[in-house]
Design a protein around this ligand. Structure first.
Ligand code: ASP
Length: 307
């Protein structure tokens, strides 16, 4: 058994560990942990009270993947629900699809009785107003939101310190490996933008035969490199976990155009190894690890690669 999460997921790890110890399957165990992160208003990058898109709305993304079946479920640009990760799970269990976005995802959420929620809280509103105040001209302020958002998009300063997502990767007592992600995405994103978190193969991937990977930070890069799937494929091709992650980092380093910034790769293999590597972070990157030899989850620092 093993659980690996990024630091943003810290408030949910005890719950997930308790469930793993009680032989709950990996996928349900990580979902229950992530639900605590989504509901926590102190965390401003996942679920309630996070930083919004350019229009001040929270459009949430989430994915789950079962490494035994390689079935997945994901939702993107979902508004008005408390637990995107639970809705993503139901996309996997109740539909013949793997991903739903926007109005369709919201209709599905209603049909399964998912809890509605106003995620936009004090922090969301204050940060958005301050942001708009700093980037809009007086003329734009008069007519907002009837302006070309495209013109605003170019102006914000890179909000890198605010980036994050929560990612959980686990292997349960039976050997089943699973991943789940949940995020509000990139602050001030253009409405409708999907990052890597709901994209299986980019932001997460699980295969109980080999291992799993999940990424945080610049989704625009991991989508292009297919990072999470690459790590698991490199494992399948016989690389060690450390080699597989470094190979995927090199694929990211090779991206010279477009929006390039930091990426953190979290990975486990099916033998109980784990590896977290941060590419070009602007600060130290923490993560949490738990396995049965540890009394409780431990905070560790990612290996850093700077180019
Ligand atoms: N990867 C997420 C995204 O691109 C954001 C993050 O992890 O900071 O939406």
């Amino acid at each position: 058994m093993i659980l690996l999460t990024n630091y943003e997921g810290r408030c949910g790890v005890y719950k997930t560990v308790e469930l793993l110890k009680n032989k709950v399957n990996a996928i349900r165990a990580i979902i229950e942990g992530i639900k605590l992160v989504e509901a926590n208003p102190e965390i401003h990058t996942v679920g309630a009270n996070s930083l919004p898109n350019l229009l001040g709305q929270l459009e949430l993304d989430s994915a789950v993947m079962d490494g035994n079946t390689r079935r997945s479920g994901a939702v993107g640009a979902l508004k008005g629900f408390k637990h995107p990760v639970e809705i993503a799970y139901h996309v996997m269990t109740d539909l013949e699809h793997e991903i739903l976005v926007g109005a369709g995802a919201e209709r599905f959420a209603k049909e399964i009785g998912a809890e509605k929620y106003i995620n936009e809280m004090e922090n969301t509103k204050t940060a958005w107003h301050e942001f708009l105040d700093s980037v809009l001209t007086e003329e734009q302020k008069q007519i907002f939101p009837n302006i070309r958002l495209l013109d605003v998009k170019a102006k914000p300063k890179d909000p890198d310190p605010l980036f994050d997502t929560t990612v959980y990767l686990a292997q349960d007592y039976s050997g089943r490996i699973a991943t789940a992600t949940s995020t509000s995405g990139w602050p001030w994103k253009y409405p409708g933008r999907l990052g890597d978190s709901p994209i299986i193969g980019a932001g997460s991937y699980a295969d109980s035969r080999y291992g799993a990977c999940a990424c945080t930070h610049t989704g625009e890069m991991t989508i292009r490199a297919g990072t999470a799937r690459s790590v698991v494929l490199y494992l399948k091709m016989g690389l060690t976990l450390s080699e597989a992650v470094h190979e995927a980092v090199m694929d990211l380093v090779d991206l010279k155009t477009g929006f390039t910034n930091a990426v953190t790769i979290h990975a486990i293999d099916n033998k109980g190894h784990y590896k977290v590597v941060a590419l070009n972070p602007n600060k130290e990157v923490k993560y949490l690890i738990w396995h049965p030899d540890l009394d409780e989850p431990k905070i560790k620092l990612a290996e850093i690669i700077t180019t």
